[in-house]
Design a protein around this ligand. Sequence first.
Ligand code: FDA
Length: 426
Amino acid sequence: MGRDFVYVILGGGVAAGYAALEFSKRGISRGDLCIISEENVAPYERPALSKGFLFPEDPARLPSFHTCVGANEERLTPKWYKEHGIELVLGTRVKSADVRRKTLLTAAGETINYKILIIATGARALKLEEIGVNGSNAENVCYLRDLADAIRLVSVMQSCVGGNAVVTGGGFIGMECAAALIMNKINVTMVFPAAHCMDRLFTPKIASFYEDFYKSKGVKFIKGTVLSSFENDSSGKVKAVILQDGTRLPADMVMVGIGSRPNTSLFEGQLTLEKGGITVNGRMQTSNSSIYAVGDVATFPVKLFGDLRRLEHVDSARKSARHAVAAIMAPDKTGDFDYLPFFYSRTFTLSWQFYGDNVGQVVHYGDYSGKSFGAYWINKGKLVGSFLEGGTKEEYEAIAKVTRLQPVVAAIAELERKGVGFALSV
Ligand code: FDA
């Protein structure tokens, strides 16, 4: 009973799009592959949702940012899937999985059978209720994970021009949305518990550059506290945010970016999980040899660090997806995934890239009052991480290369003096 496919990709996000392209490059028969997605659009480049999609002028809209344009590859429109005989089962949530029977059951009651499954269910936005704050279902409280959220956010922003927004969370989503809100002429107060923004990656010195830049654009920061409740008007809309320290902030809208959680629940108790994700080996294969996991949901061995990591970044989603397909289609020619972690962000006129690991001693370099500066992380005598703001293509390539090489650093002062020149000289 049900429909049969050789390959099924569960989830229709970034990883799914790149996996589909890799399958088609390697040659699959029509009708072999199906992608099941809760979203009702074909896979797209999710980072666009907090960038171009939110611009007040000339915003990015589908089909312009379907995968795989983010890696300068073909843009896979719904027509492309049709032409390649790849079934897109959209607007469909899988509600249970049976790894022994190799079946998935959709919310509509359909059974889909696979020979090989790729789990690409990504992550979901953490809700305020999960940290003990109620009321996030009010119409002017926004999250941002998928296209539906982004469409809603745009409409809420349009109704708040000239008003006040409270952004809760100082990570990627909070920072990128705060910038977009300012561009949309909305006053922004950012609230987060840490001592500085992007605290899992940035050093205080790096963070202070971005906070100062944001302040120059009008953003206010309230740090070291969290949102504790909302004040609502008679229609249920939030009109003020109350912080744990008692501060009351009038708000026409609230943007929540407090973190995410990997979508693993369908497989809990059926597959091995570690570090919050589904454990895979260097071939992206789970504890069940017919099942692979890629993207945000996968906990994979990072050879360079000699440990397991789960990364929620687009480059890792793209590359892990391609690697899984290579391992499936050409098992003898595919070694272990050898990934250099890479994160980036762009806001206002700023743009930074980070490679590697942010552990050990930090060496800052460059002009922190200007727009070209960076940092290296040195652990156990070796360079293990590199950050650069405002770099050129060659400079970014150079910091990626040097981070992968992990050179021994004899003289810290020289690194500081040479700055990005050190990477360019390696
Ligand atoms: P992704 O989340 O893309 O896709 C998962 C898919 O699975 C979704 O379509 C979901 O609906 C579907 N799904 C889940 N459960 C399902 C079920 N039970 N049944 C059916 N379908 C199901 N990274 C970066 O490096 N730089 C950046 O600038 C940004 N910017 C950025 C902005 C925003 C707004 C977000 C939300 C995220 C980013 N990221 C980022 C992170 C990046 O987008 C993320 O790492 C990738 O999208 C992960 O790709 P996946 O395919 O793993 O999940």
